[in-house]
Write a protein that binds this ligand. Structure first.
Ligand code: ATP
Ligand code: MG
Length: 267
């Protein structure tokens, strides 16, 4: 089990978990080298998973604004056959989506057999932003932890492995990243004034994250809290967990029902 995995029943206190990777690894150069090897492993495993066409892998990414979800996806899946990976971002629901139950749009996007699905935000928004911004009353959102655990159980019972990553950054790191988005013209588009409003509610978001991590880290769909102030460590830690999981899923190339040696092309 990864050192970053939340064990079921563990009461998560984010202040007690380091945001800096240096606490776990003191050799950045070595970590960057290892990360590239692991990424090659992901590339190889994806091909087998796809060819086998039976199992599915779902990766859920959640974080505060500027937590690094986009850059994690760009770095960890660089070079993986785009045909076998589907990235889905969840924004505020549309009118149609709101007219259904909150898991409807999510269920519709889970990966089919052979695929890796990556959720950039997810159904967890329905117990995070929805809770903190009071978009629905407490008696509505408070039932959702159980729904989510049951939903994830359904997915795992039907051949999906689920990995959930919370990218853990400090409040200071968020400020630096926001400042960088203001200072660098090519990054202006990433900045939103709304992000500052959310930053003001840092503690309320913290509490909502802690409850989701505590109540929804299950044996079948564990949460991982990834120290993410330093991208080199974040990439290493996430790719290590993905490779371990793929090894454990152990997909196989399909067996063939003919003897390749006996096939004569153009005869
Ligand atoms: P970046 O982190 O790069 O800014 P983003 O994921 O924040 O990207 P945005 O378009 O800025 O993308 O934000 C999407 C917004 O949609 C977020 O503020 C998120 O909280 C919100 N959202 C997602 N799901 C829901 C939901 N179920 N209900 C309400 N709001 C939601
Ligand atoms: Mg945003």
């Amino acid at each position: 089990m990864s050192k970053h995995q939340i064990t079921p029943g563990q009461q998560v206190k984010l202040d007690e978990i380091p945001t800096r990777g240096e606490e776990f690894c003191d050799d950045r150069r070595q970590a960057e080298k290892r990360f590239k090897q692991l990424r090659d492993e992901i590339i190889k495993w994806q091909q087998v998973l796809w060819s086998e066409g039976r199992q599915k892998l779902l990766i859920v990414l959640q974080a505060t604004d500027a937590g690094g979800k986009d850059s994690t996806i760009r770095k960890v899946f660089m070079g993986v056959n785009p045909q076998g990976v589907k990235v889905v971002g969840f924004k505020a629901p549309s009118t149609l989506e709101r007219s259904h139950d909150y898991l409807w749009r999510v269920h519709n996007e889970v990966p089919p057999a052979g695929m890796i699905g990556v959720f950039n935000r997810s159904h967890y928004e329905d117990v995070l932003v929805v809770r903190v911004e009071n978009l629905v009353p407490e008696d509505v959102w408070s039932k959702r932890y159980q729904h989510i655990n049951d939903f994830e159980r359904l997915l795992t019972d039907t051949g999906t492995r689920i990995l959930k990553f919370y990218l853990h950054i400090s409040r200071d790191e968020q400020r630096e990243r926001f400042q960088d988005r203001l200072d660098v013209p090519e990054k202006h588009y990433k900045f939103s004034l709304d992000d500052l409003e959310k930053r003001k509610k840092w503690d309320a978001y913290r509490a909502a994250f802690e409850e989701a991590l505590t109540r929804c880290s299950t044996e079948w769909a564990p949460w991982h809290v990834i120290p993410a102030d330093q991208k080199w460590y974040r990439n290493l830690a996430i790719s290590e967990i993905i490779v371990k999981t793929l090894e454990d899923m152990n997909p196989q190339f399909p067996t063939i029902d003919f003897d390749p040696a006996s096939v004569k092309i153009d005869e």
